[in-house]
Design a protein around this ligand. Structure first.
Ligand code: KG4
Ligand code: ZN
Length: 382
């Protein structure tokens, strides 16, 4: 069947048409057409996503992105819409004003085309993102990896950090989560402290890599929060604060003119408090912060693997775009040769509608969905 996925939970307006076949034990997907409009540049000005601005942009962009997705699939929006069997739309978690725009749009299309609309969980979408092997154009002859259960999913995004135990597609249990900031949020906040643009994850990642190439190490070590706690929870707010205190400790006389203004990150930056953040400090802080995050995520995931003995480890969410993290998680296979490690194609790490269409198909196969077509900012995995 052909599923139209719609995603508007944050700052990407995305629509995909996915051909979905098979049963839960043997899923087959093919991306027919996919389009995304990212609002990142717009929100960067505010240092983060502004919900009402996101809503306005989604409203404006949804019809355009729909047309684009049809075009990508070589379908005509005017004559080929009967080919679509079902719509899957993200109902949560996410920003409610943004979620509502996608839901209303999906309901309107469902009525017009006389087809059902399935409410989909965004985080379950990130799990299904590993089911695609896409080429650069987001189209592919897909090698659909089959998930061997039980599985553990580590979900790391701008709003979430959680470990999920999956006995099957239908039986999922959250076994751990962040007690404060999500890991992507910590990347974004630390980037901001360093005067880097939003979203900070890719920026920190770039600087950390540069520091490794130059063999630059931080003079101080940041904490590895909760690394020894006997549970599967995380905490990143203390790490963020440790970075802040370190940067504050680098005091020097305040400069009347912040040299960084309009000058890019190569110049020395003076914060209003008078601290000096040299380019070298930016590099070493980025590296030490990223090292801390990687160690904590690896350690907690290993703890979960040792306890739950999964046959598959799935990692999803925007933060798994991070190169060092990808490399470290793929290396985990050396310690657990029997376990499959699945991470999404880079193009499917951030929010997209392909994963929503796939999650919608799984929801359809489960047939037990009681999920309402109602935005739920805090929707739990189920
Ligand atoms: O999954 P996602 O696209 O949106 C949410 O559902 O939140 O994740 C976005 C998050 C942002 O915090 C962004 O900074 C982070 O993913 N991110 C990264 C990288 N690329 C994106 N974090 C670390 N390293 C990256 N390369
Ligand atoms: Zn996401």
């Amino acid at each position: 069947m052909k599923i139209l996925g719609i995603e508007t939970s944050c700052d990407e307006t995305a629509i995909s048409i996915v051909e979905a076949e098979g049963v839960l034990e043997n899923l087959d997907f093919k991306i027919l057409g996919s389009a995304i409009n990212s609002q990142v540049k717009l929100h960067a000005e505010y240092g983060g996503v502004v919900p009402n601005l996101a809503k306005r942009e989604h409203l404006k962009n949804l019809p355009l992105v729909l047309r684009q997705a049809f075009k990508e699939a070589n379908f005509s929006l005017d004559t080929d819409y009967p080919k679509i069997d079902t719509i899957a739309v993200t109902v949560g978690p996410g920003l409610e004003p943004a979620l509502w725009t996608g839901i209303a749009f999906a309901e309107e299309l469902g009525k017009k085309w006389n087809i059902p609309v399935i409410g989909t969980n965004h985080m379950e979408g990130h799990i299904t993102s590993v089911l695609f092997k896409a080429d650069e154009n987001l189209k592919s002859e897909i090698l659909n990896p089959k998930i061997k259960f039980p599985a553990i999913a580590l979900l790391i995004s701008g709003g979430h950090t959680e470990l999920v135990f999956m006995k099957s597609w239908a039986e999922k249990e959250k076994i751990g989560e962040t007690l404060d900031d999500a890991v992507g949020e910590a990347f974004d906040k630390v980037a901001r402290m360093l005067g880097l643009p939003y979203p900070g994850g890719p920026e920190i990642s770039r600087l950390a890599e540069e520091a490794r190439i130059q063999n630059l190490e931080s003079k101080i070590k940041f904490p590895r929060p909760m690394i020894h706690s006997k549970d599967f929870n995380f905490s990143f707010s203390g790490l963020k604060t440790a970075v802040l205190y370190y940067l504050r400790s680098l005091t020097s006389p305040p400069s009347p003119l912040p040299l960084s203004r309009g000058g890019g990150e190569e110049r020395t930056q003076f914060s209003p408090g008078g601290e000096v953040i040299t380019p070298e400090i930016k590099l070493t802080v980025a590296r030490e912060f990223e090292d801390s995050v990687i160690e904590v995520l690896l350690s907690k995931t290993k703890r979960a693997i040792n306890e739950y003995l999964p046959k598959t480890l799935i990692i999803g969410g925007g933060v798994i775009a991070n190169k060092a993290l990808r490399e470290n998680f793929l290396k985990l296979k050396e310690n657990y040769p029997e376990m499959e490690v699945l991470i999404p194609e880079k193009s499917l790490t951030s929010d997209n509608a392909t994963m929503i269409a796939a999650a919608g198909y799984i929801e359809y196969l489960r047939g037990d969905s009681k999920r309402k077509l109602k935005a739920d900012g805090n929707l739990n995995i189920s």
